[in-house]
Design a protein around this ligand. Structure first.
Ligand SMILES: [Zn+2]
Length: 288
């Protein structure tokens, strides 16, 4: 499942390739699962809009939209005549894509073969197409106005707020890190890697950690996420970015996916346990 660094990489790739382009038409497939908003609403929101930017919010890819061309000019004029503040002429509608487990966003030529499990094709005025492909259909497409996601961005949160998020929780720190209502976008791989770097066992109760330990964890979370973004994310299962390139952070994994292999610091075999239904990897000696 793509996590924060992968979604960040994908969003950056998409931003570089489609920002400024205008959506000409939208085709949506007949499978209901990928559509979190009604098909007609998605099409009506997207068609004729200019993409002013693409960004990541948590694990969502957010396309910011604004009216384009005549419609845009007319609507701006109308707003001006109503004496509306300029701030309100900013784009407020968004197209939101969540990749789920196996979702991919492709930017391609209209002549490219349409892959099996393609659930949406967005034709752009430039001639390019944006396609959403998702074999397992856990991905979701929706539209929103002033989109807000729950939780705090792990790369923007301040140390004091980070400590406050966790110090009163009785749940396992691993589970708390995965709780998207606290931090958004930290998933299984990066939680395991951050806990290893901070020397904290995944099962430790969040509230039992000292401020110093939480400070270490705060730094470790930021460090692993930033390193992974620099390397284009981790390529496990079938994740590729919008260029079809694979990330390489998986080569830096110190515990994730290394059950039974020697710890890189002390050679103790890495242990794998299950917490909140997710596999967790840690070193019994280095993490306490
Ligand atoms: Zn160790």
């Amino acid at each position: 499942m793509p996590e924060l660094p992968e979604v960040e990489t994908i969003a950056r790739g998409l931003a570089a390739r489609v920002t400024g382009d205008v959506i000409e038409s939208v085709w949506l497939g007949s499978k209901p699962e990928p559509l979190k908003s009604p098909a007609a609403k998605i099409a009506a929101t997207l068609e004729g809009k200019r993409i002013t930017g693409v960004r990541r919010v948590g694990k969502h890819i957010v396309f910011d939209l604004e009216l384009n061309g005549r419609a845009g000019i007319e609507s701006k004029r109308k707003r001006r005549s109503l004496g509306t503040n300029m701030r309100h002429t900013k784009s407020v509608e968004q197209w939101i894509v969540h990749l789920g487990m196996t979702g991919r966003m492709l930017v391609c030529s209209p002549h490219a073969q349409i892959e099996k499990h393609t659930h949406a094709i967005v034709k752009l005025v430039s001639g390019k197409e944006l396609r959403f492909v998702d074999p397992r259909r856990f991905g979701r497409l929706s539209v929103a106005t002033d989109f807000q996601a729950a939780g705090t961005e792990p790369l923007e949160i301040e140390l004091r707020s980070f400590v406050d998020l966790f110090r009163t929780r009785k749940t396992a720190i691993k589970g708390a890190l995965l709780n998207q209502k606290l931090l958004r976008g930290v998933g299984n791989i990066y939680a395991d890697e951050a806990l290893f770097r901070a020397g904290i066992r995944p099962r430790r109760s969040a509230g039992s950690l000292t401020r110093e330990k939480l400070r270490k964890l705060y730094l470790a979370v930021q460090e692993v996420l930033k390193e992974a973004i620099m390397l284009g994310g981790s390529s496990i299962s079938d994740y590729v970015d919008s260029n079809g390139d694979e990330g390489s952070f998986q080569l830096q994994h110190r515990v994730y996916g290394r059950a039974g292999e020697p710890c890189l610091i002390c050679k103790t075999p890495i242990k794998r346990i299950v917490i909140v239904g997710r596999s967790s990897h840690y070193c019994r000696k280095c993490q306490i």
